[in-house]
Design a protein around this ligand. Structure first.
Ligand code: HAM
Length: 421
């Protein structure tokens, strides 16, 4: 049997890959305007980075990581997310030495051993940003606004922003106790995962897909925020309102990673099946210290947007995105001398910036014309022995069927002029 791709992965073939390029270009364009610079970190890291960074009690670290010993018996993990690696790179390369805060973005594959379904893969791709070095709530709002603008400019309709505050470690400790008190009477009825979450991370019970009936009436984190946290949260909301970004507060939103403090947010979209969260992020004051040592601690905030989910929404909403760019020119040579000229001309056209192609299968004129059609070429250029003897080529405008003889010496310039908008 032939070998097939691993479960939960995709081949991104021509025809679809152009959509990815378009989405990635939009991401880069938004980052440029918001003054974020690209960073590329390794796809595998020491496992300890994610254990410490993402958190031991998260599903990601407990169940979903691709972890393996390398040949030197080092414990390695394919990155399940981007934040931990970026923070490690920030610390290791002393990016905090810059006079300003550090604003970085990344686009690339992430790996989680999850049950594949629509919008959920084992190798997926994120566009993420991380802004490190400021506690300013306007930065939280900037990050939320950036994701919002990215989706909007791609043409996604009805993307909703949900926000919450998960407080700081001290108000969370009090909230945690309140949750344990609330869930204590039903503890034995909770699913196995939640029974262990009860002691380790009771907030995650609110996020459980199995135990939904027990969460009703649970205390809200928002009632446990101290003054610093509620002021921060109020300021983020004020900035979002001023920017005209609609949001709803979802006090039950629990993100699946342990590093969040203060603002947590998610983007949601309807009509794409069971998964309606298309991405999320939040603030992570304390993570830089966890990874780099407390002396280095710097606050941070960012998001990770799943690109497969962008595509899912684009397709569900029938948004047209550019496909393969058609050919500018298809070149046909009739006869051996003409074929030599075609090879030379093809290179001249391509060097001149045109997208050009020819036949490589020695097919008849008719089959070559068909190829020109299939590539949706704007012009077909035919070089026969007769034209060659006159130093010309026949140029056919495919849209109109109009034909014109043009001197070879000015062919490239003439075609460029015809193609100019
Ligand atoms: P996350 O919520 O774990 O956050 O993932 C962010 C997004 O990645 C998800 O909302 C989804 O779009 C996509 N995603 C996650 N898992 C899968 C999967 N198995 N298949 C397809 N898409 C998936 C983070 O990763 C944080 N690092 C975000 C962040 C950055 N927070 C602060 N800075």
């Amino acid at each position: 049997m032939s070998i097939q791709k691993p479960k939960g992965t995709q081949d991104l073939l021509p025809g679809v890959v152009e959509k990815w390029q378009y989405i990635e270009e939009k991401a880069r364009d938004v980052c440029r305007r918001f003054n974020y610079k690209e960073i590329r970190t390794p796809i595998f890291e020491n496992t300890e980075l994610f254990q410490r960074g993402v958190g031991e009690t998260t599903d990601i670290v407990e169940k979903e990581m691709y972890t393996f010993p390398d040949k030197g018996d080092r414990n390695m993990t394919l990155r399940p997310e981007g934040t931990a690696g970026v923070v490690r790179a920030y610390v290791e390369n002393k990016l905090y030495g810059e006079p300003d805060i550090t604003k970085l973005y990344y686009i690339g594959p992430m790996f989680r051993y999850e049950q594949p379904q629509a919008g959920r893969y084992r190798q997926f791709h994120q566009f993420g940003i991380e802004a490190i070095g400021s506690v300013d709530p306007s930065l939280d709002a900037e990050v939320i606004a950036m994701g919002y603008l990215f989706y909007k400019e791609l043409g996604l309709q009805g993307v909703k922003v949900e926000i919450n505050s998960v407080g700081n470690p001290s108000c969370r400790a009090v909230y945690r106790e309140a949750l344990q008190t609330f869930f204590a009477p039903v503890k034995d009825k909770l699913c196995k995962d939640c029974q262990s979450r009860y002691d380790r991370n009771p907030m995650r019970i609110l996020d459980c897909k199995v135990d939904t009936q027990y969460g009703a009436g649970a205390p809200s984190i928002l009632d446990f925020l101290d003054e610093e946290c509620s002021t921060h949260f109020a300021k983020v909301q004020r900035h979002l309102t001023d920017m005209g970004i609609e949001y709803v507060i979802n006090p039950r939103m629990v993100r699946g990673l342990d590093y969040y403090t203060h603002t947590a947010f998610e983007y949601k979209a309807a009509g794409i099946g069971a998964i309606d969260t298309i991405s999320g992020g939040g603030r992570y004051n304390g993570l830089v210290g966890t990874i780099g040592g407390s002396a280095l601690d710097q606050p941070g905030v960012g998001f990770g947007l799943g690109l497969e989910r962008v595509l899912l929404v684009l397709e569900a909403q029938g948004v047209q995105v550019p496909g393969v760019r058609p050919l500018d020119v298809y070149l046909i040579g009739m006869g051996e001398t003409a074929e030599n000229e075609v090879a030379r001309l093809l290179f001249a056209l391509r060097s001149g910036g045109l997208k050009a192609e020819k036949d490589y299968l020695s097919r008849k004129m008719k089959a070559q014309m068909k190829s020109a059609d299939r590539f949706a070429a704007k012009f077909t250029v035919i070089v026969g022995e007769d034209e060659l003897s006159r130093g010309t080529a026949m140029v056919k405008t495919m849209a109109t069927g109009e034909q014109e003889e043009i001197e070879l010496s000015r062919l490239v310039e003439a075609l460029k002029a015809k193609l100019a908008p």
